[in-house]
Design a protein around this ligand. Sequence first.
Ligand SMILES: Nc1nc2c(ncn2[C@@H]2O[C@H](COP(=O)(O)OP(=O)(O)OP(=O)(O)O)[C@@H](O)[C@H]2O)c(=O)[nH]1
Ligand SMILES: [Mg+2]
Length: 346
Amino acid sequence: MAMSRFESPDIMDARLPPGKGLPMIMVMGVTGAGKSYFINQMAGERVVEEGASLKSCTQHCTMVPISVGSVKALVIDTPGFDDTSRSDAEILGEIARLLAGQFTLGFELKGIIYIHRITDVRYAGSSIKTFEIFKRICGESAMENVILVTSRWSEVEESTGARREHELREGFWAYMLGHGSSLSRYHGDRESARAIASQLLLKQTVLLRIQDEMVNGGKSLDQTTAGSFVDNTLARQKAKFEKELKELEELRRQLRESDRQMRRQIQLDWQTQRGKLVDTEQQQVSLKRDIVGEVEEAIKTKKSKWLSGAKKALPLLPIAFNLLLMFVGLPPVAGVSDALVELFNS
Ligand SMILES: Nc1nc2c(ncn2[C@@H]2O[C@H](COP(=O)(O)OP(=O)(O)OP(=O)(O)O)[C@@H](O)[C@H]2O)c(=O)[nH]1
Ligand SMILES: [Mg+2]
């Protein structure tokens, strides 16, 4: 049988041997859900930025090393979908790249913590969309490695929170709970955050559907279940903009030459809609990425550069860690080797 790209020698010797990769946990949820707050509580210090306004805060995936009891792990903070400044396609691309890198390099994904504010009166459109994308990233077989977490309990009456929790259990979250996900209340402090993380750290390493589709199925991002969901949403948006542009063009045709002011206004509206259409088309193009190919290419190039200077001197883990950092768009960390040694010795 032909060797898959994934098994090429270039990739294989950058890969951590089984059991040697750090365990990883991802934290996801809509923007403002409290992902960064949760991670800071878990770390016991403010390691990632928290938002203080309605604008989305975390712009890129960030990795935070933590130790829970005797277990050392990497926790990944992710930007929320429905970000105020970045598109869903862009955020999905970043998460997919990180997940492809994590799997290829041999880090061990233990699961995902999905945070939702129990203070939210309704399950808003953005929450529904984010959850739909999230479900498709995981796939049914990975749902056992998901904890659905409700937060901000101190800000609601217990009975109100319990009613909303029941609604989530019976409604939006029923499918995932029925496939093995669990539900936890987060009480806003360090102990509670660590107790939730510990539940995942005990689990077997998991392969998410999006990883399986990209790495084993050779699919580009738009062909994955999560990617095609985002792509379909964009296709609907595109059709809507095209219809609106046609209507504006028709209106402009019908207006008399003398209605200058009106014609000018229609022209401005047309330009705005046209800009949105172009933006939507660009997002669709950005989904047609071969993420695994990008990751493999990056590993080959960077690995040989780093190995040539540091052969034998650096253990594999810091190199793999630096490669992974690169996938989340961060520069390699100077002294990462020390930081990891410290983490392992703490
Ligand atoms: N008291 C309290 N404040 C919280 C809690 N969770 C979040 N916050 C606050 O709510 C705001 C938003 O929280 P973040 O942790 O930045 O939210 P996020 O999910 O990381 O948001 P993005 O980075 O935009 O995706 C911040 O001011 C936090 O300090 C909580 O459980 N208790
Ligand atoms: Mg954040």
